[in-house]
Design a protein around this ligand. Structure first.
Ligand code: FE
Length: 351
């Protein structure tokens, strides 16, 4: 298995990821990563990079907000080179707080579609996505009809009164979704939409996405919103309770007939005070190789961002029916709406 991985790397290196390049570029053989990812499959990713390049990786694992707080507290003394976060709203707000520095990579520009990274300036970009997840609707197959929940707009429709459950409105996953809804509906209609969602709540927002799915299965909620990898995790679980949950709920990829299902990313950025910035960029280029894309995305039941890289994930395939229409508004464009969305959430009482 491992030999095969190395072979894959060797093959990839000839096209996307040049080992000679690595040795020429890396003056310091260390890379300090602050990561909000905690998937066991990522270990292979790190160890293969070190084996291939000789660059030692030191890693600090925390959640997104923990990492951002730490970066702010450490300031210019921060040892962080590369930051891995799991949401576009967080990447954009960390960027707005000046915690990143721009970088340039032709390889990343060429291999990852522009809608998955920050808006480019003369100095390059500040963050880029390496995997995508869809934000979809989960519903009670007995009590709710699929056609009543196959658009985001219907979450706010009076026909769904008393049925909707979500995690906190200001959680970054929802902030990213609502920011993109605002790109399509405009400001005024988005506030009406958010007010409608609040009016339709079965209970006050609480818990994470998995808790909403469980609440649909238990009958407390009829409709919920979740990222796809939480659903895939339950689908792949061997636990009988999880299997029972998935038998009760349906999944719909919203807005297939209009603007497409909202997608979010897990991505990377170079820390403002990185001392090993070349190694950080090199690691991101490595993440764009098919070998790394498979581990990075598939390890958390996500889709790769790199053009042409396909994964074979039965749960994702079963959930989406193979192919679906995803939204094309760049995440960087939508993230400009974050402040306005938070103000609207406060006004309509979406906690
Ligand atoms: Fe998550």
């Amino acid at each position: 298995m491992f030999k095969r991985s190395l072979l894959a790397i060797a093959l990839v290196s000839s096209t996307l990821f040049s080992i000679q390049n690595v040795q020429a570029q890396s003056t310091e053989k260390v890379l300090n990563i602050y990561s909000a990812r905690h998937y066991s499959t990522d270990e292979t990713l790190y160890s293969t990079f070190t084996k291939t390049t000789g660059i030692k990786i030191n890693r600090v694992d925390s959640d997104d907000s923990g990492i951002l707080n730490r970066l702010k507290a450490e300031g210019a003394a921060s040892p962080a080179d590369l930051i891995l976060l799991v949401d576009a709203a967080r990447l954009a707000s960390a960027d707005a707080q000046g915690l990143f520095q721009p970088f340039k990579s032709k390889l990343l520009d060429d291999s990852i579609p522009a809608n998955w990274r920050s808006a480019p300036t003369a100095d390059g970009v500040t963050w880029t996505g390496f995997s995508t997840r869809a934000r979809v609707v989960v519903y009670d197959k007995v009590k709710v009809k699929k056609e009543d929940v196959d658009t985001y707009e219907e979450l706010a429709d009076a026909k769904n009164k008393g049925k909707v459950c979500t995690r906190s409105g200001s959680h970054p996953y929802n902030m990213s979704l609502f920011s993109s809804v605002m790109e399509h509906l405009g400001e005024a209609k988005t506030e009406v939409f958010l007010k409608g969602m609040v009016d339709n709540m079965a209970r006050a927002p609480k818990g994470g996405d998995t808790d909403q799915i469980k609440a649909v299965a238990s009958g407390e909620c009829g409709i919920a919103v979740s990222n796809t990898y939480y659903i895939a995790r339950l689908m792949r679980s061997t636990n009988p309770e999880d299997k029972a949950i998935m038998e009760k709920v349906g999944v719909v990829f919203p807005n297939q007939a209009s603007w497409g299902t909202h997608m979010n990313i897990a991505g990377g950025a170079v820390a403002k005070y990185a001392k090993n910035r070349d190694n950080a960029v090199l690691f991101m280029e490595y993440l764009a190789s098919p070998f790394a894309q498979d581990h990075f995305a598939n390890g958390n039941n996500e889709w790769p961002t790199v053009k042409g890289v396909k994964i074979d994930n039965a749960a994702l395939k079963a959930m989406s029916g193979g192919d679906f229409k995803s939204e094309t508004v760049p995440l960087a464009t939508a993230s400009k709406n974050l402040v306005k969305v938070q103000q609207m959430l406060d006004r309509v009482g979406y906690k």
